[in-house]
Design a protein around this ligand. Sequence first.
Ligand SMILES: Cc1cc2nc3c(=O)[nH]c(=O)nc-3n(C[C@H](O)[C@H](O)[C@H](O)COP(=O)(O)OP(=O)(O)OC[C@H]3O[C@@H](n4cnc5c(N)ncnc54)[C@H](O)[C@@H]3O)c2cc1C
Length: 405
Amino acid sequence: MSEPLVIVGNGMAAARLVDELAKVALGRYAIAVIGEEPRLAYNRVLLSSVLAGETASHEIELRPAAWWRDRGVTLKYGCRASEIDVGRREIKIANDESIAFSRLVLATGSTPLRLNVPGADLAGVHTFRDSRDVDLLLTLAAQKKRVVVVGGGLLGLEAAYGLAKAGAPVTLIHLMDRLMERQLDGPAAQLLKSLVERKGIKVLLNANTARIHGETRVEGVELADGCRIDADAVIFAAGIRPNVALAKDAGIPVNRGIVVDDVMQTSAPDIFALGECAEHRGICYGLVEPAYEQARVLARHLAGAPAAYSGSVVSTNLKVSGVSVFSAGDFIGADGSEPIVLNDARRGTYKKLVISQGRLTGAVLVGDVGDALWYLELIRNREPIAKIRADMMFGRSLAVRSEAA
Ligand SMILES: Cc1cc2nc3c(=O)[nH]c(=O)nc-3n(C[C@H](O)[C@H](O)[C@H](O)COP(=O)(O)OP(=O)(O)OC[C@H]3O[C@@H](n4cnc5c(N)ncnc54)[C@H](O)[C@@H]3O)c2cc1C
């Protein structure tokens, strides 16, 4: 008989886990997925495209209902799991209903952070995480509301771009001295800023949000330097917090995320976590690729096959506000490394490769990202690059030709 496997969370990690399980352990588990969002799992990454009007909301569904049915998965969506009873191996959902499990996987993702400033709870303050948020932001844009986006990382830039494209006047404020500081070095961030400003978005750096003004609704944002920006709405895009409450309340150890080992198991036997809610070797990843790698490992483990996750080399390869951006590895360049840089602000391209001990260890590309995956492979495989060093800056085709010569 199939063992009951319950997955909490119906997001990208959960969907990929079911996909992987269907390949390696078909029939071994009777899978139930409990998801709080009231729709089938969708590609969250594409919410930015939905906001920018480039994709319709129904087109981002990861799998149609029939796909889940064909794999015998029981889907409970629009349903929040509220408590794990570790001893009885049960999970509580709405109406005091309980579901029994032999294995449990937590794939609960993250929640956007709201800055702890006066006015943060006023009407008109929003976040950008799920499809309900997107519907709300689209309504704001259609009404030409003046929007302040707080946070100049990936999410803030995506929100600003989508809102501006949909017609809202947008100011993006960022605490740091450059955009996307966790992915880009100074020159790349400067180029991105100028390209974003060309889209009509006002960007303020070194801007510390002090308070949000308004009686009952947002009327403006005040910065620590006293500067005030009039606004009808504020979008917080200043970070995420892994959803760990279910695990924590059940006595399962958590730090920032739910602590897991190399097979994604928590300290409780047969209870696992993956995706943004999990913390592996001290790292909580906020990207989808690590979640997919974890899903592959966990599926193999659940199938009884040897598997181990040893962490992910994180890369960012995306269109930020309509501008292609790629970054991977040690993109700043640790002491002793050699950076090679090509900067053509006029054409809107920037390229930096970081070499250390004869290997490519990091890269940043803005504008032209055609060779991004090749650079990523070189970084991941730690291949010696002596033979292609002179040409690798100019792309794969030239470098491979000179290697063969
Ligand atoms: C707008 C946007 C753009 C992004 N762009 C990129 C990108 O370009 N590249 C990239 O790599 N990553 C990107 N990300 C991040 C990426 O979407 C996440 O890393 C990925 O979705 C993580 O998958 P997950 O399954 O761990 O979490 P999620 O996809 O968030 O899924 C978790 C699910 O669990 C549900 N849940 C939580 N608690 C409970 C509970 N108690 N009971 C039931 N259900 C619960 C939540 O409602 C949610 O549906 C983006 C994110 C956003 C919001």
